[in-house]
Design a protein. Sequence first.
Length: 607
Amino acid sequence: MAAAELLAAAAIERLVARSDLAGEAAPLARSDEALNAARAVFANAFTVTSPLSLLVANAGLHLDEAEVLAVAICVERDDRLQKLLVHLHSDGERGRLEVGTVAQLFDETHSGALTVGPQSMLRRSALIEVSPNPTWSRQVVTLAPSVMWALIGDRAPDPDLVLGAEVIEFGGELSQFGGVLVTGPDRIRRRGLAGWYGTATRYLVSPPPTDERGWAALVREATLFAAGVMIELDGALPPAGRRRIEQADHLAWVLSSKEPLALDELPAGNWREMEAADTPATDEEWKAVLGDTERRHILTAQMLEQVGRAMPIVGGDLDAAVRRLVSSRLESLSRRIRPSRGWDDLILPPGQLRQLRELVDRYHLADRVYGEWQFPAVPSRGLVALFSGPSGTGKTLAAEVIAGELGLDLFKLNLSAVVSKYIGETEKNLSDLFEAAGAGNLVLFFDEADALFGRRSEVKDAHDKYANMETSYLLQRLESYDGVVVMATNFEKNIDEAFLRRIHTRVDFAVPTEPERALIWRRHLEHGAELDGIDFEELAQRFAVAGGAIRNAAVHAAFLAAAEDGSITMERVMRGVAREYRKLGRLLKKDDFGAYFALVSGDTDRG
């Protein structure tokens, strides 16, 4: 910095001399000679690598701009120069470099005030700021604080940078293009492709800033540390960003986006557009992040990176890390059910149980069939099951048992959170749902599936049109999904045939037979409570109801017993059944309740 200090002192002292010694030729000539000598020393200093010479090269400054930068730096750090400026301006508040001062620092061969103008590289690289002032010549030229810190060796990131910005080293082939636009669903794949074909080997990777200060900090930071800039977009490129990219043409730029940018959003310049393939994480990538951990999840490269960050938080539990990855987005659209029941809790005919076990086997054997034997996974490796039948017949329980047997969590879709009256919002929610679930090792459960998977109808109005579009979109996502989907419906006839053709397993759930009902009654009543005179066969014979109604009646009887500090009796069970009948809108008949009819028919107030 010695050459810069010599230059700054000579330039400002010359200005002071010209102000104080007007008409005295000899002293003024000596000050001119001192400045010319200092400029020669300064120019020669660029033959040696230094923090300042590297910054000048990074910013693409010409010599005039470099000289002004040197003066600005020295004014910031030297009280003596600030006092000289106060003396020059005859104003104790004006100890900073001003546009008018810059215009007079050097002779008429110098670019003068243009070096700090809007199109100067000092401004375009965001190294300086020029404060607004009604008087042009009194606009203050300020060095960005991070420039001074960087020059003295502090590499802390600029405080105005967007949270999440980071410098990443790449080892690719330098492209001849001024900018690269990379699209594709996986952020890590986009990064890799951009790093290979971009024009820099180091990039400052950042989300798009939200204001001008953020964009200035991004350009300045990349300039200070000789990096390109990679903007990871999640939507359109803001106009402020387009302006900054066009101005800061000394930097290598990459725009990374899930979707292609509209042509009128693309900044001016020589751009190359390419698409990054959405390939799963390779074995090498898995090992680099997770070591020898068994590959039990279908992870994209982006998901693998996120899981790697989550592993220390969850104590190295891979399954917990994957759940952490997907749960935040999934749980806003669905309800998580941790499976706690098994095969013994399912009371179904042998044929239905066999179908459910085959579903589990198909999941476990997918690697052998699609991997070792190389059967084509068309349209995907995903597994889709349809459970149909009346309410309360065990469809949700079966989905939970399946998930538990597979060692997976069950996420039950929240229809009210997914379906929206706003055009396109339902598709966006479904996209978020499938994207979050794409990490694998979970079961997506669509209860009341006919509400989403309903038949497409003849288009009579805009509502029909968009409803059909939602159904078509869901069909497309279902085809490409590699995980497990269970659809449950009480009205199978309402499901669109296109979905039915893509179902791998179809299980019909019916109201249980009398022997099955007796087993269900036992299952729900034989717990810790004392039973008194319960006749399971009589209950099964009298009431042809589904398992869900039996469970509710049993629980109601248990609460009646607990409230009266007694045992579970037939009377209390009958009152539970009567309550379920009323909920279902069924008449209480003496033939059904026999000797208990008088009890339950007058039990409205109590039951």
